[in-house]
Structures are given as structure tokens and as C-alpha cells.
Design a protein around this ligand. Structure first.
Ligand SMILES: Cc1cc2nc3c(=O)[nH]c(=O)nc-3n(C[C@H](O)[C@H](O)[C@H](O)COP(=O)(O)O)c2cc1C
Length: 372
């Protein structure tokens, strides 16, 4: 009999009580200094019944930040703040990985050190792709962010790419010191690693661009450096292979991501986390591609993107997925596994409180039997 959504799973030696993942979701509520708060610890601890929590994207360096109020993992105060989060989640019986993030070009000069231009593989602008900034310096509680076109980037020098690999490794070390169970590399949704992988955003002529092997080199170096620190069994990687989110495009995405998956199989990372298109009318990811991923990659597979219980059970039953992420449902339903299992109606979320603000729309969603 095949496994179901509520069966346990062993991931990198970690026992998960169910296959329901809380996938990474930026909520932009860090305090000054991009430090995680007590409220953030409460938010994650409320969701500790997930088989696995993956945090919001966490910038590995000041240069890696692309939105106001997102937390970092590169200062002692940030590490201390995250320790509060991991302790709260563990005390509530949960498991939590940190999503390590460098936004690359998707940033704004007001968020960059010394007002510098954001960095990218190549100096290309994604027209119409916006980030949000804090133009008046009011802080997350005021939630008075403003959406603006990202700033024009400059191309990284070869030596700078190596420095960013080192920043990922340092952040991974900080994550483990903060008590995380593992780390996930954000190689999806048009951010830096994705910008290196896809041919449309990488026009480099050094060893990080040109051939597919060269475009995958940055991912390879980051994954190896991070796995050397966190352990391959505690390292996952997130891709959004067949979407053209936030300005990325690739001429042969299936071949590109099958090669990337094969490469990560050699490194032995614990899981691939596939972000599927998450808008209603997007075409489904072809079954043949999901089957091909299974052929080239031997670790665990997580899928996320508009799943409900029936679709999740189907994906596990067909052998595509081991674990399934439920994003927006977790925002509004802190006890989501229980709700999915018992079939009660889910709370609806409020997109106006997704990014920035305080406890409202964050830690005030009631669990089942708690009035909701
Ligand atoms: C508010 C919000 C913030 C998100 N932030 C991130 C992020 O920081 N990193 C990431 O990889 N994906 C991020 N995502 C994408 C989710 O992880 C997930 O793939 C997406 O919401 C689709 O799943 P769903 O349909 O179950 O919500 C975010 C999604 C939402 C709704």
C-alpha cells in the first residue's frame, strides 16, 4: 500500500510525523537590523505540527536583501533571534529548516549597502518586476511599504561570485549555530541562483556563464559549500523549473533542471523542493518531467503550488512527491495538518497582511476549536 499525506517520513535522518510541509513564505516582519522577533518565534511555533517547516527566505548578506523587513542570518543578533525561533519550534515538537536567500538583481538601491546597485550575473533589468521598500524608514510594524520597480543591477566580477559562495556557507554555519535542523537553498523564483541557472538572465563569458555546465557552476559551488557545513543530509534545494517567474527564462528548462537535479544527486542533498506555478490558470507541470526528475535524483521530492489534500495524496500516490508544501493555507490555518486530516473547512487568508505589519494576519489566526 502506498504512503499517504499523514504517514511519517524520514528526511536526512530526521523523523517527520507527516508529509505536510510549510513551504518558505516571506512575511517581512523582522525588527531593526533585520533581526527575527519573538512574534516570529510564536508564528513558527504555532505551525510546528507541520512535518517540516521551511522558513521565509533569509538573506545571507546585506547585499542579498531585496525587500524591506526581511530577516538576515549574517549578524550575531540575527543568529540570536533565530535561536529563539528554533527553540520555540522544537519546544512545540516541530522541525525547521532555514531558507538561504540572495535576491541578486531583485533589490533596490535603498536596501543595498551604501545605496549601491544590486548585483546579478549580467546587467539586465526585468521590466515590471517589483520589490517593496520602506521609503520613510517606519519599520515593519507600520507596514507602510511601497512597491517599486527593482533597481538596475551591475554584473558581478568573477571574484565576487566566489565571495557570495562563501557568504552562503557562513550563513549555513550560522543557521546550524542557531539550532536549525537544516537549510534550503533558494534557487527559485528569479533570485540570484536562478538568475545564474537560466540562459535568459546569464550572459556571462567567464566560468559562470555560457555552457549549461558553467551556468550550473554557481549552484554547484554553493550547494557543495553549504553541504560541507550543514551536511548534505541537512541541505535541500528549491527550484521553480518551468515557470518564468520574476523575469527568468530558459530556452530548454526541462534539460536544464534535469541536469541540475543530476548534479545535486551527486552531491547527495536531502531533497529537491519544486515550486510549481501557483496561479489558478497556469498549465500543470508535465507528468513526464516529474517522472524524469525521479529517474535522475534519488533524494526526497517536495512539491508546492496550489495543493489541496486530494492533489497532494495523488502526487504522493503516483510517486512524484514524498512531501507536499501548502503555502497560503498555512498562513491562515496554523494547525493545517489536523484540519486537512479532519476535513474541516479552512480559514481564508488576508493577502493585505502577507507582507509587513505586526501580529494581525500573522499570529492571530485561530486553530481548530479556537473559534475558527
Ligand atoms: C506571502 C508569500 C510569501 C512567499 N515567500 C516565499 C519565499 O520567501 N521563498 C520561496 O521560495 N517561496 C515563497 N513563496 C512561495 C510559496 O513557498 C509557495 O510556493 C506558493 O505560495 C505556492 O503554494 P500555495 O499555492 O500552497 O500557496 C511565498 C508565497 C507567499 C504566498
Amino acid at each position: 500500500m502506498s504512503a499517504g499525506l499523514f504517514d511519517p517520513f524520514t528526511l536526512g535522518g530526521l523523523q517527520l510525523p507527516n508529509r505536510v510541509v510549510m513551504p518558505p513564505m516571506t512575511r517581512a516582519r523582522a525588527a531593526a537590523g533585520e533581526v527575527p522577533t519573538r512574534t516570529m518565534a510564536d508564528y513558527y511555533a504555532q505551525r510546528a505540527s507541520a512535518g517540516l517547516i521551511v522558513t521565509e527566505g533569509i538573506q545571507v548578506s546585506p547585499q542579498g536583501q531585496g525587500y524591506a523587513w526581511t530577516p538576515g542570518l549574517h549578524t550575531p543578533a540575527q543568529v540570536a533571534g533565530w535561536r529563539g525561533v528554533t527553540e520555540a519550534v522544537h519546544a512545540a515538537g516541530g522541525r525547521i529548516f532555514a531558507q538561504l536567500w540572495h535576491v541578486g538583481r531583485l533589490s533596490h538601491v535603498t536596501l543595498q549597502p551604501s545605496g549601491a546597485a544590486p548585483v546579478a550575473p549580467s546587467a539586465l533589468v526585468a521590466d515590471g518586476v517589483q520589490v517593496f521598500i520602506d521609503p520613510h524608514g517606519l519599520g515593519a510594524d507600520a507596514a507602510a511599504g511601497q512597491k517599486v520597480q527593482h533597481s538596475a543591477p551591475r554584473a558581478l566580477a568573477t571574484g565576487e561570485v566566489e565571495e557570495i559562495v562563501a557568504a552562503f556557507a557562513r550563513a549555513a554555519g550560522n543557521a546550524m549555530a542557531a539550532g536549525f535542523d537544516g537549510v534550503e537553498l533558494h534557487a527559485a523564483n528569479g533570485y540570484l541562483i536562478h538568475q545564474f541557472i537560466d540562459g535568459g538572465t546569464n550572459l556571462r563569458s567567464d566560468r559562470y556563464g555560457g555552457s549549461l555546465a558553467n551556468r550550473l557552476r554557481f549552484l554547484d559551488e554553493v550547494a557543495r559549500a553549504v553541504a560541507a557545513v550543514a551536511g548534505p543530509a541537512r541541505t535541500g534545494v528549491r527550484f521553480s523549473p518551468l515557470t518564468t517567474q520574476q523575469g527568468t527564462s530558459d530556452a530548454t528548462p526541462q534539460a536544464t533542471y534535469l541536469a541540475a537535479a543530476r548534479m545535486l544527486d551527486r552531491i547527495g542533498v536531502a531533497y529537491l523542493h519544486i515550486a510549481e506555478a501557483d496561479w489558478d490558470d497556469a498549465p500543470p507541470m508535465p507528468a513526464a518531467f516529474k517522472e524524469a526528475l525521479r529517474m535522475v535524483y534519488g533524494g526526497a521530492m517536495i512539491y508546492a503550488g496550489h495543493y489541496d489534500r486530494a492533489r497532494a495524496e495523488d502526487a504522493i500516490g503516483r510517486g512524484w512527491a514524498d512531501l507536499v508544501g501548502f503555502g497560503r493555507p498555512f498562513i491562515a490555518n496554523p494547525d493545517l495538518p489536523l484540519r486537512l486530516r479532519s476535513g474541516v473547512a479552512l480559514n481564508g487568508g488576508d493577502p493585505s497582511s502577507y507582507f509587513g505589519g505586526g501580529a494581525r494576519g500573522y499570529t492571530d489566526y485561530p486553530p481548530q476549536g479556537g473559534g475558527g
